[in-house]
Ligand binder design. Structure first.
Ligand SMILES: O=C(O)[C@H]1NCC[C@@H]1O
Length: 351
């Protein structure tokens, strides 16, 4: 065997959503910030993202992260998030996986009963409080980047579904959000196919009809991800959400193709975007918990810590709490004769 890459990863999930964390074997990335290192990765090493996320080493529902040295002197570590079609500037489930891996493998020291960290995501600094017991991270709480709504209750023409009322908001990624009932869908795991098709159509329509960019970093554009929400079924929760992460290219001529996969968790950035919309509508106060259930019934607990401004937008500073688990350690190799040095996709599960 002639190995051209040897990548070590710790496998983890946060409330069900897979977040592989690469701890070794990466090329050195250039850049004066984690955002610039992410851009360098995208420009020069995108084949590693697809190698690790696509077949035969990945699957459509997997996310991946790369640990990088932080650039900000306040940060303890940096991380780049890689998903199937983009490099998200922030991600709740991935931050929880990264924190769990950093502390449970000893890359950063763990202090019981609580470890405080600052992580540099491409979107900026995120402060983290990890509850730790007997060497295990039992809970990860973080103060996210500010979240804000850009469009509230606007009409969107979704091919094949008609006119739907949506919100467009930032929670670390740009989301288009609609009530699942508008599509006649109950957002639970067994309805994953219907959720993905409707969400991908909605996401593509929103990107065309309501393009947005971040006022503090115009290189961040969207919406890139879609959320369907519903009232709670469990009295301990405040809402439900099913988020579709794109894994292919949506084509209205092939509306039955599955070009995304459900976030198995309630999605941290979606929860923060949803809280920004609820706050803007006067439906969620500072300090009140918002427990959001995902398609598997697992929850993230969000809270509005305070308010601020981002460019012209009224914004909230959200916190989010969830749990992560390590599931294994893997060593991935690429042989020089492997015909798929960047992985591959097949239309049966990749649209
Ligand atoms: O929790 C989140 O924010 C993420 N989960 C997968 C898609 C998003 O990045």
């Amino acid at each position: 065997m002639h190995t051209t890459r040897m990548i070590t990863a710790v496998e983890a999930h946060a409330e069900g959503e897979g977040g592989r964390v690469i701890t070794g074997g990466m090329p050195l990335l250039r850049g004066a910030s984690v955002f610039e290192k992410m851009q360098d990765m995208q420009m020069r090493h995108d084949d590693i993202r697809t190698l690790m996320l696509r077949e035969p080493r990945g699957n459509p529902a997997l996310c991946c992260n790369v640990l990088v040295p932080p650039s900000d002197p306040l940060a303890d570590a940096g991380f780049i998030i890689m998903e199937q079609t983009e490099y998200p500037p922030m991600s709740g489930s991935n931050l929880i996986c990264v924190t769990t891996v950093l502390l449970e493998t000893g890359i950063l020291p763990m202090t019981e009963p609580e470890t405080t960290l600052t992580l540099e995501a491409p979107a900026g600094l995120v402060t983290v409080k990890a509850t730790c017991e007997n060497g295990k991270v039992t809970r990860v709480a973080f103060r996210n980047v500010p979240a804000f709504a850009l469009h509230i209750g606007v009409p969107l023409e979704v091919p094949g579904y008609g006119r739907i009322t949506v919100d467009i908001a930032w929670g670390g990624m740009f989301f288009v959000t609609a009530e699942a009932a508008a599509f006649g869908i109950d957002p639970v795991a067994r309805n994953g196919n219907d959720i993905v098709r409707a969400s991908e159509a909605m996401r593509a329509a929103a990107a065309a009809q309501y393009p947005v960019s971040h006022p503090e970093n115009p290189a961040i554009t969207g919406p890139t991800i879609a959320q369907l929400t519903a009232p709670p079924t469990d009295p301990e929760t405040h809402g439900r959400g099913a988020i579709t992460v794109s894994s292919g290219t949506y084509d209205p001529a092939r509306p039955h193709a599955l070009t995304g996969a459900l976030d198995r968790s309630p999605c941290g950035t979606a929860t923060c975007a949803k809280m920004a919309v609820l706050h803007a509508r006067g439906l969620l106060d500072i300090g009140a918990d918002y427990v959001n259930a995902g398609p598997l019934g697992t929850t993230f607990t969000g809270r509005i810590e305070s308010t601020t401004k981002v460019g012209p937008y009224d914004a909230i500073i959200p916190s989010l709490t969830g749990r992560g688990w390590i599931t294994g350690i893997s060593q991935h190799m690429l042989d020089a004769t492997d015909p798929f040095p960047a992985g591959f996709t097949v239309g049966d599960i990749w649209g």
